[in-house]
Design a protein around this ligand. Structure first.
Ligand SMILES: Cc1cc2nc3c(=O)[nH]c(=O)nc-3n(C[C@H](O)[C@H](O)[C@H](O)COP(=O)(O)OP(=O)(O)OC[C@H]3O[C@@H](n4cnc5c(N)ncnc54)[C@H](O)[C@@H]3O)c2cc1C
Length: 334
């Protein structure tokens, strides 16, 4: 059981900055995110795009902002559970909560902050018979730990940045990497595509274009994949793993069943402190809604500051909160 003052669901920019605001008030945070890395939409969708409306930064690349946020919150030693989705919320007699993830990690917290953005990014899955059966038995949609694929045969499928980047990365680790794509050209970054073509031309990977996944084979564990090629011919590949990378689509997911007031896939909050109707549960960032809401990073940062001041009373019920500027108090590391 992980024990913390505040559990933040979502390690996007708003969840990360909330750690800083909590830390200033001496409240510890644990963050959970379904993605294998922090940064939310910024790291997953547009890491190299410049953002122009973060106060004090005329221009900052999305990933650079995430890296800076991680640096800023270091003094407050946040802890993370990545690659897991929060599924259940169990209220305790003293008002605190135990959160449970899809992998049965349990987190005990006095306050819950939902900073879940657009929701859980669910992988788009190929329409294949027996796909469910082979999930976790060779079929995976995320590379959580690249070492899992060391000296294994791996087939990746897709034509975007993730498929290209992981093909390049795993080509140095796996016994054999095959990239399957239904077109002749890639949607991902041109320099990554060029690198993949180079690897294929040098015999370092197998590249199969204009082909589609057709059938999975194996007895209890994936051992082969049948493709349908350009001329409807069948191509059978022996493999240990299939990683389909066809993009992610956001879903509100289990949060929708927690008795919160939901309007058009967003959680309604009280703008005085971004609390939901349920005691000790707050919602900040893209996931909340209120009159005049703007889905902007800077608005989420503001919400995080206000919300943490409100949550103080649950973490330190016997103390009076006194507001201090960082210029006066500094950043007192844990
Ligand atoms: C292409 C693009 C360009 C943009 N440009 C700008 C810009 O220039 N300026 C600007 O201010 N904004 C911009 N935005 C919007 C900005 O990215 C969002 O406002 C911001 O990401 C919201 O941050 P967040 O932390 O609330 O949510 P997110 O970044 O969405 O992060 C939420 C995280 O919560 C996780 N999560 C959700 N539910 C669960 C669960 N049950 N269990 C575990 N994890 C969960 C998700 O996996 C996700 O990582 C842009 C967005 C896009 C797509």
């Amino acid at each position: 059981m992980i024990t913390t003052d505040i559990c933040i669901i979502g390690a996007g920019p708003v969840g990360l900055f909330a750690v800083f605001e909590a830390g200033l008030l001496k409240m510890r945070c644990h963050l959970v995110d379904y993605l294998p890395q922090v940064g939310g939409q910024l790291s997953e969708i547009y890491p190299q795009k410049p953002i122009y409306d973060i106060p004090g930064y005329p221009e900052v690349k999305a990933q650079e902002l995430v890296d800076n946020l991680m640096e800023q919150i270091k003094p407050f030693q946040p802890t993370f559970t990545l690659g897991e989705r929060v599924e259940h919320l169990n209220k305790q007699e003293d008002g605190s909560y135990i959160l449970v993830t899809n992998e049965n990690t349990q987190i005990h917290a006095k306050v819950i902050v939902i900073a879940g953005g657009l929701g859980v990014f669910e992988p788009r899955k190929p329409a294949l018979e027996k796909l469910d059966y082979f999930e976790g038995k060779g079929v995976t949609y995320m590379v959580k730990n690249p070492d899992t694929f060391r000296d294994k045969k791996v087939v990746l499928a897709g034509g975007g940045d993730s498929a290209l980047d992981w093909t390049i990365y795993l080509s140095n680790i796996a016994e054999r990497v095959t990239l399957v794509h239904r077109n002749e050209t890639f949607r991902g970054a041109p320099d990554s595509a060029a690198k993949v073509f180079d690897l294929a031309n040098n015999g370092k990977i197998d590249l199969i274009l204009s082909a589609n996944l057709k059938e999975l084979g194996g007895n209890g564990q994936l051992s082969s994949i049948t493709l349908e090629g350009k001329n409807k011919e069948e191509i059978v590949i022996d493999t240990d793993y299939l990683i389909p990378l066809f993009g992610l689509s956001p879903k509100l997911g289990p949060i929708a069943d927690w008795g919160l007031s939901i309007d058009k896939n967003a959680i309604e909050v009280d703008t005085r402190d971004y609390s939901t109707g349920v005691e000790r549960i707050y919602a900040i960032g893209d996931i909340n809604t209120y009159p005049g809401k703007l889905k902007l990073i800077l608005c989420g940062f503001h919400e995080a500051a206000i919300m943490m001041h409100s949550a103080f009373k649950y973490v330190y019920p016997d103390q009076k909160l006194s507001f201090k500027y960082t210029t006066v108090n500094g950043v007192n590391a844990f």
